[in-house]
Design a protein around this ligand. Structure first.
Ligand code: DON
Length: 586
């Protein structure tokens, strides 16, 4: 039986999770009776009306809860969680990368935030290409793990902007918990121990990574061992004292520049000085009785998501049922068509025009009309205008809600797991390799999935196209779903399926997250699926008969989400648990 199949079995999943987590909670577990009680709690779920946090990491979730309890709002908590994850989840939590924070503020509170002109605002703190970058700066065979692959980091500026605009607590208060975690250390859980061990084994050529992530016993990482990061504590202290200035102009900037010079990187002082996060309107569309607020360009997430859901909505899929062959077929065909438009049009909106028709419901209807129920459309037929050249992933999402109904969906990343693997010497943090999200090879679009279309080609100061899709669904001014996921191009499809599960099929929160997912991205022309119930031979054969190439894949995404539970009139946070995760209530 595959791992994901095992994970789908609730009892087993819970046991596994507890086995992995218990004893290594940051609050510390002992063999006392009190700890036995702790061990009985399922940290993958939490309910309540006073605020919820759900993230990949128990100590980071705990930081968010503490901030809410200290009177912080969801934005304070989200900023604190993001800094904490930079310490407790080095594969993707970061200050050397970038991402997007989607914030929904209920109408009754809007008067408190005069600068907020709309219900949901996205802080785009995506990295940008260095000023010296150009379209053809990468050659075939270039390593994605080199100084040249590093984009100008956006996280610190983005978190500072979100906090300045919408936060309540002092800046220092939201950074301090991360400093303590870095300085005093925290006990790693089993998935993190194995992840750290793997990256050490794979990254012998990165001495600073080897030094800062060395296991305390000098041998191997084991669950429960303590990770202390003195250099990172220093860096975070500079940020607590000096704000984003310390990172982009001050002592941290000096260390980044020195690192770039040592490794032949392209980021200079001017790049750091020029970096600005952007405030953008969320992509808005209606889906049934829900308002969906999702991620705008420079992410492809929101627009592609709207195209998928609007096409599906043209079919009687609710009558057919969630696991009916027709529903799955239509969903795959909708994904295929949406990803063509993604490749054709989407890039940094400050550099390329994003056509209005992509958000016109009539356009999605036209795409849906081209879906045939009796056969799969070969991907090649859909975009004769995009010339194909013959062909010779870690992110993390967390969700936060406060007692007033302010909702935050935040997805951020270093691109690859541990990014470029380059730790800034003496500063203790990893740099992203986000430059790999550009279309590296202009005009090389291949049936294997390489995209070379113009909108996402490299230019100085340009943001590379993302698929991150932090999304908030609202009904009657109340956030009813806060979600998002890692997983590169699969992210958008993961979010689409959670929305369908919950908002269309009204499945319980746990099933909405746990049900196996599928993915089609136009090219390669294949459907990847998580092999777990209720997939069965009939469905797979049915799809193959329609002409789909269907392949079993690894787990897809990790969507730590918050749901409104109508029946109990309360909120419910669900950690995805495909890898690890932790939910808590204030
Ligand atoms: O922005 C993006 O879409 C990618 N850099 C995300 C990478 C990712 O999700 C890898 N994680 N599993």
């Amino acid at each position: 039986m595959s791992d994901s199949k095992l994970l789908m079995q609730e009892g087993h999943s819970r046991r596994e999770f507890l086995k992995r987590t218990v004893g290594v909670l940051w609050c510390g577990a002992s063999s006392s009776g009190a700890s036995a009680q702790v061990q009985e709690r399922d940290f993958r779920e939490a309910s309540g009306r006073n605020g919820l946090v759900v993230s990949v990491s128990a100590p980071a979730t705990q930081v968010g809860i503490e901030i809410l309890r200290a009177g912080g709002n969801a934005v304070d908590a989200a900023v604190a969680v993001a800094f904490a994850l930079a310490v407790t989840y080095p594969p993707a939590g970061n200050i050397g990368g970038g991402g997007f924070m989607n914030v929904f503020v209920p109408p009754v509170l809007r008067a408190r935030f005069p600068k907020l002109s709309q219900p949901a605002i996205v802080v785009d703190y995506r990295e940008v290409a260095p000023l010296k970058a150009h379209r053809e700066m990468f050659q075939r065979g270039d390593s994605p793990h080199q100084h040249k692959a590093v984009g100008v980091p956006g996280t610190v500026a983005g978190l500072a902007l979100a906090h300045a605009m919408l936060g309540k607590l002092p800046w220092r208060r939201v950074v301090e918990p991360a400093i303590a975690l870095a300085r005093d250390g925290f006990a790693v859980d089993a998935p993190l121990a194995s992840s750290l061990q793997n990256i050490l084994n794979q990254s012998k050529a990165f001495p600073e990574l080897q030094r800062v992530f060395a296991p305390p016993d000098g041998q191997r990482w084991k669950a429960g061992a303590v990770l202390r990061q003195a250099d990172l504590a220093w860096t975070l202290k500079q940020i607590a004292d000096g704000g984003a200035e310390a990172f982009y102009h001050g002592p941290i900037a000096e260390k980044i520049i020195a690192e770039m010079q040592r490794g032949g990187g392209w980021i200079h002082r001017d790049d750091l000085k020029a970096y600005r996060p952007k405030l953008r309107s969320a992509i808005f569309f209606r889906f049934g009785q829900y308002e969906i607020y999702s991620n705008p360009p420079a992410s492809s997430g929101g627009i592609t998501l709207s195209l998928i859901l609007r096409q599906v909505a043209e079919f009687p899929y609710r009558q057919w049922g969630r696991w009916d062959l027709r529903t799955l077929h239509v969903l795959i065909e909708a994904m295929r068509r949406a990803y063509v438009e993604r490749a054709r049009w989407l890039g940094d909106p400050d550099f390329v025009p994003i056509p209005d028709h992509l958000l016109d419901p009539e356009f999605a209807r036209r795409l849906a009309k081209s879906i045939r129920l009796d056969r799969a459309t070969p991907s090649r037929e859909l975009a004769p205008d995009i010339v194909l050249t013959p062909e010779g992933t870690e992110t993390t999402h967390f969700s936060v809600l406060d007692a007033d109904g302010i909702a935050v969906a935040n997805t951020y990343t270093l691109e690859h797991s541990y990014g470029s693997r380059i730790v800034v010497r003496g500063a203790g943090f990893l740099l992203n390799n986000e430059m790999t999200d550009f279309n590296w090879f202009p005009e090389r679009t291949t049936a294997g999935g390489l995209i070379g279309t113009p909108p996402n080609q490299i230019a100085p100061g340009k943001r590379m196209l993302s698929s991150m899709t932090p999304t908030i669904a609202v009904r009657d001014s109340r956030p009813v779903l806060i979600t998002g996921s890692p997983g590169g191009r699969t992210i958008i499809n993961t979010v689409a399926q959670i929305i369908l599960n919950r908002l269309a099929f009204e499945l319980p929160p746990r099933s909405s997250v746990d049900l196996p997912r599928l993915h089609h991205q136009w090219f390669p022309d294949e459907v990847r699926y998580e092999p777990a119930d209720p997939w069965g031979a009939d469905l797979l054969q049915g799809l193959r008969r329609l002409g789909h190439k269907v392949l079993a894949a690894d787990r897809q995404g990790e969507a730590h989400s918050i749901f409104y539970d109508d029946e109990r009139a309360t909120y419910h946070a669900v950690a995805d648990g495909r890898v690890s995760g932790s939910a808590g209530s204030a």
